[in-house]
Every structure is written in structure tokens, then in C-alpha cells.
Design a protein around this ligand. Structure first.
Ligand code: SF4
Ligand code: SF4
Length: 340
């Protein structure tokens, strides 16, 4: 189907009558996904958002429930967000990150109603990447600038129009009443050329990486590889697949709320025990944890790498610690006996 760019605002305004619509908007020098209240606020002319759209489904800070202690017991009020949502203009790598997060929040052992309710009520309208950034490496992780995995619709920008690829029934429903024309031969040919031209400059060699990580937990490579890391956690806070959180009670008198906040393995307090012992006492252990979690532990647990190659951790690291170089260094290192 074909959507004229001039129709986008009206379409979003129409969708807003039944859904909360989240789209990339410019805030200062950056783009981020926010709820819009007018279709013209959406800016689809962007490369990638500073913070991934995961915050729509897994907010930086959210109330899980509120409570009030009474004489005859405790009254609980659960705070499940059941509103219907659409995320418009997310990149294919960010759509893939939701598939990875699904494994974390819904498993045999754990079922997270807060994430899962939002997830089930959210439709994803992707936007292909005509010009991937120099930091993108999604194709090394099985993705691609026009990958459709996890999406309901995919928009392909062909100049003054979008070719709309319908991927699910939920996606098709969003177009009800639009009476969009089918993509003609010229539009299909332009879309094909756009896709062909969206080449990535970086490939990361992941072959054999997992087997290597299986045996280098105590390798001296970790003594050096983390050295310039400041422990600021910009990499983890802006990563679409990172999902560590902390839970706190904010209470006053006999009432309060239980709040979930994003946390990060790059912070010393993240693993500090009540006893004062910290099993990850220095930057070395914390940096190793970040790499191991994404490229070994997640593979052990979910049979997938917890990275989609979005490049945010590269762009946002204040000391240019590049995950692609870290992985290349590990790949190039000699495997030693993994003894403490
Ligand atoms: S590790 Fe870096 S490149 Fe991979 S998904 Fe996270 S932010 Fe993106
Ligand atoms: S963004 Fe860079 S400096 Fe900050 S914690 Fe991550 S790797 Fe370390």
C-alpha cells in the first residue's frame, strides 16, 4: 500500500481517537519516543532515538501498586496500565529488542503483568532505515535495516510517500478507513532500490564468541578491557535490551507505593549486599558482567544474544568504549585456562 507523507498527520490524528500514540519527537539535540497529542508532532525524519522505545513498555520509573495499612489489614491498589498504544516509527532493531525482552518478562518462572499488559496492548509501526548510522551493526545479529520481525506494519520511505508493508492483522486494522492504494510498480521498484542502498559499514564477527566467553571468566583480558570505563551506565540506560531494575517503597505514614526503577549492572551499588560485601567490587567485574550477560548468559538462558546492534552504547559512551572493538579484542585473544 502507499501512504502519502501529507496523509501521515491525519492518519496519526485518526489513530489517536482509539490509542495512545507514541512517536519520535525532537527534544533538544535528541530524538526520543513520547506520547503525542497531535499528529504533526511526530518526526519520522530521524536516525535513531537517544533512549529506545522500550521505555513505552518498560518505563524508567513506574508504580507497581499502592498500599494503605488499615486496622483490619492492608488495602492494595494495583497499577496495571491497560491503555491501548501504538508506537509509530520505531526502527527494526528496536522491534527486535521487544522479542528479547518478552523472554525475560514472560517465562515459566516469571510472568510480569506490568510489561506484558502493555506489550499485548501495543501495536508496532516500524520505519525502515534508508541510511543506517556508522555505528549500526544489526545485520551481524540477524537483523537488518528493513527487517520485519516483531512489527505489525513497516513503512519504507520512498521520498514523498511510504510503501506500507502489512505484516499482521493488527497492523491491517490500523489502516481501516484509509483506503490506501496498492503500491504500483514504480513505488515497488523505488522501495527495492532504497533497501538495496541501505548498506551497513560494520560487521561484527560473533562466530565462536560464546564458546570463548564460556571459558574466559577469569582471563586477564578483563583487567585491561574495562580500563577507560567510567561506570556511568549510559550504555545500559540507552540499550534497548537492558532490563535491570530496582524496586523501592516510597511511603509516608501508613500508606505508600511500590515503585520499579531502571537500574544498571555498571553501578557499584547494584550488587552491594546488605552485609557490605560486593561480589562485583570494581569496574572490571561490572564491565565483564555487561559483556557476559549479553553474549553468554542470555544465550544460555534464552538461546539469543541480548544485543540488536543499534549502536546506542557506542554513540552515548563518553569515553568511546566501543562494544564492537571489545568483542574483536576478545575474539583476537588467546583462550587460556579458566582458573582463578
Ligand atoms: S549492547 Fe549496544 S549495540 Fe547492542 S543493543 Fe545494547 S545499546 Fe545497542
Ligand atoms: S557508557 Fe562507556 S563509560 Fe559509561 S559505563 Fe558504559 S562503557 Fe563505561
Amino acid at each position: 500500500m502507499l501512504l502519502n507523507k501529507g496523509q501521515l498527520t491525519d492518519w496519526l490524528n485518526q489513530l489517536m481517537q482509539a490509542y495512545q500514540v507514541f512517536a519520535p519527537i525532537k527534544e533538544g539535540d535528541y530524538f526520543c519516543f513520547k506520547q503525542i497529542n497531535s499528529g504533526d508532532q511526530a518526526t519520522l525524519n530521524y536516525t535513531n532515538s537517544k533512549v529506545p522505545p522500550k521505555e513505552v513498555l518498560f518505563p524508567r520509573s513506574e508504580k507497581l501498586f499502592c498500599y494503605r495499612c488499615e486496622n483490619d489489614g492492608v488495602q492494595l491498589t494495583e497499577q496495571i496500565d491497560e491503555s491501548k498504544k501504538i508506537i509509530v516509527g520505531l526502527r527494526p532493531c528496536d522491534a527486535k529488542s521487544f522479542l528479547l525482552l518478552d523472554g525475560v518478562f514472560k517465562s515459566d518462572k516469571y510472568h510480569d503483568p506490568y510489561y506484558l499488559t502493555r506489550r499485548n496492548n501495543t501495536v508496532l509501526v516500524g520505519l525502515g532505515c534508508n541510511q543506517p548510522a556508522s555505528t549500526c551493526f544489526c545485520t551481524s545479529l540477524g537483523g537488518g535495516p528493513f527487517a520485519t520481525e516483531g512489527l505489525d506494519l513497516l513503512l519504507v520511505d520512498i521520498g514523498d510517500r511510504y510503501v506500507v508493508e502489512v505484516l499482521t492483522d493488527r497492523g491491517r486494522e490500523l489502516l481501516a478507513g484509509m483506503e490506501l492504494p496498492a503500491a504500483d510498480q514504480e513505488a515497488k521498484e523505488t522501495a527495492r532500490r532504497v533497501k538495496e542502498g541501505a548498506a551497513l559499514s560494520t560487521q561484527v564477527n560473533l562466530e565462536g564468541l560464546k564458546s570463548k566467553l564460556d571459558v574466559i571468566f577469569y582471563d586477564p583480558i578483563w583487567d585491561l578491557i574495562h580500563e577507560k570505563c567510567l561506570g556511568c551506565a549510559a550504555c545500559t540506560y540507552t540499550c534497548p535490551t537492558c532490563h535491570c531494575f530496582d524496586i523501592v517503597d516510597e511511603a509516608e505514614g501508613n500508606e505508600g507505593c511500590r515503585i520499579r526503577n531502571w537500574d544498571a549492572c555498571m553501578f557499584p551499588l547494584f550488587t552491594l549486599h546488605g552485609s557490605g560485601h560486593n561480589p562485583r567490587p570494581t569496574g572490571k567485574e561490572r564491565f565483564r558482567q555487561r559483556v557476559m550477560h549479553k553474549f553468554k548468559y542470555f544465550v544460555d538462558n534464552f538461546n539469543a544474544i541480548a544485543c540488536v546492534g543499534c549502536g546506542r552504547c557506542i554513540i552515548n559512551c563518553p569515553v568511546n568504549l566501543d562494544i564492537r572493538e571489545v568483542l574483536a579484542e576478545i575474539q583476537g585473544s588467546e583462550v587460556r585456562s579458566d582458573k582463578q
